[in-house]
Ligand binder design. Structure first.
Ligand code: NAD
Ligand code: LMR
Length: 338
């Protein structure tokens, strides 16, 4: 099939100019890895987002099926599918936002770093194409290990001369989503009203929830702090073990990815005070990348916020997080440089 026509029936009967009534310009969004466990529900949720006018679905497998399926949803975004490397550049040209959930997931007993050997190469290839075809796009990286794949993308962009630290974000929103859920459970609150800053990175001890800064203000016992910190840091493993070999979090991840992508698009539109946690190029610590709260705006990241006051427990956690994170960042940088 001519995949560029996917989303219509290929008849050429679509009238130009009949869409996008209501005045909103809409953004062009590409999902790379769109046929995967995360990619499919993510594609569905992005098709439901009124800020999206064009949705490009790229994968090395099954892109036509997913595209045909999603394209029948009666929302305004125009969906097009792209299959395999020869169609990658076309998938990326003109995009405002690129979301990358491409790559292999964990099985029980694996760390995220065990995915490095396969996923590092995938993220490098995709980043090279982004540098060539849409160097000004905001890029959301989901592929693990995020602590290394974001530095890989940055290094590729630096090599190509296109690196803009305001545009590159590792998606750590699932850690925040989990933290909000688990804190709400313990405190009997509505999770929608809870906001837990989660800083550092996205693996084990690098995931550092700042429970002293939870909104609404909560007073936890030491036992609650230890339980919550451990559960938030190991939330991914909890899902990997429950899925028993069938992959890692996909549905909660798609939810979190859409929450974050929507924040990016509202920022690009010019909405004020859009603040979310993300793993970004940073001067908050001595490390070149770190997750913290960022303000999203018309140019991507408008401001990277510091960590605020930490208690003793969090200060110890921060030192542990930085130690592991430094090695993972270095591993990503070296992968591209060598
Ligand atoms: P999956 O195996 O179900 O889907 C991955 C998809 O990527 C597949 O459709 C596959 O065909 C595609 N793919 C492989 N190589 C590709 C390439 N070169 N170009 C484009 N697409 C390619 O896996 P999943 O469950 O969707 O997880 C994807 C990734 O997201 C994993 O690395 C996982 O660890 C990670 N993840 C991250 C978070 C996070 O919080 N950041 C959360 C969950 C999962
Ligand atoms: C998660 O946090 O769910 C993801 O990073 C996937 C994983 O491997 O745990």
């Amino acid at each position: 099939p001519n995949l560029d026509q996917m989303g219509g029936d290929g008849s050429g009967l679509r009238r130009v100019g009949c869409r996008a009534k209501g005045g909103s310009p809409g953004f062009k969004v590409a999902i790379l890895g769109a046929a995967g466990g995360i990619g499919q529900p993510l594609a569905m949720l992005m098709k439901m987002n009124p800020l999206v006018s064009v949705l490009h679905l790229y994968d090395v497998a099954n892109a036509p099926g997913v595209t045909a399926d999603i394209s029948h949803m009666d929302t305004s975004a125009v969906v097009r599918g792209f299959l395999g490397q020869p169609q990658l550049e076309e998938a990326l040209t003109g995009m405002d936002l690129v979301i990358i959930p491409a790559g292999v997931p964990r099985k029980p007993g694996m760390t995220r770093d065990d995915l490095f050997n396969i996923n590092a190469g995938i993220v490098r290839t995709l980043s090279e194409a982004i540098a060539k075809c849409c160097p000004k796009a905001v890029v959301n990286i989901i592929s693990n290990p995020v602590n290394s794949t974001v530095p890989i993308a940055a290094e590729v962009f630096k090599k190509a001369g296109t690196f803009d630290p305001k545009k590159l974000m590792g998606v750590t929103m699932l850690d925040v989503v989990r933290a909000n859920t688990f804190v709400a459970e313990v405190m009997s609150l509505d999770p929608r009203e809870v906001d837990v800053p989660v800083v550092g990175g996205h693996a084990g001890v690098t995931i550092l929830p700042l429970l002293s800064q939870v909104k609404p203000p909560c007073s936890f016992t030491q036992k609650e702090i230890e339980y919550l910190t451990d559960r938030i840091q190991n939330g991914g493993t909890e899902v990997v073990e429950a899925k028993a070999g069938a992959g890692s979090a996909t549905l909660s991840m798609a939810y979190a990815a859409v929450k974050f992508a929507d924040a990016c698009l509202r920022g690009l539109r010019g909405d004020a005070n859009i603040v979310e946690c993300a793993f970004v190029s940073s001067h908050v610590t001595e490390l070149p990348f770190f997750a913290s709260k960022v303000r999203l705006g018309r140019s991507g990241i408008d401001e990277v916020y510091g960590l605020g006051p930490l208690n003793e427990y969090e200060r110890i956690g921060l030192e542990k997080a930085k130690k592991e994170l430094g090695g993972s960042i270095e591993k990503g940088v070296t992968f591209v440089k060598k």
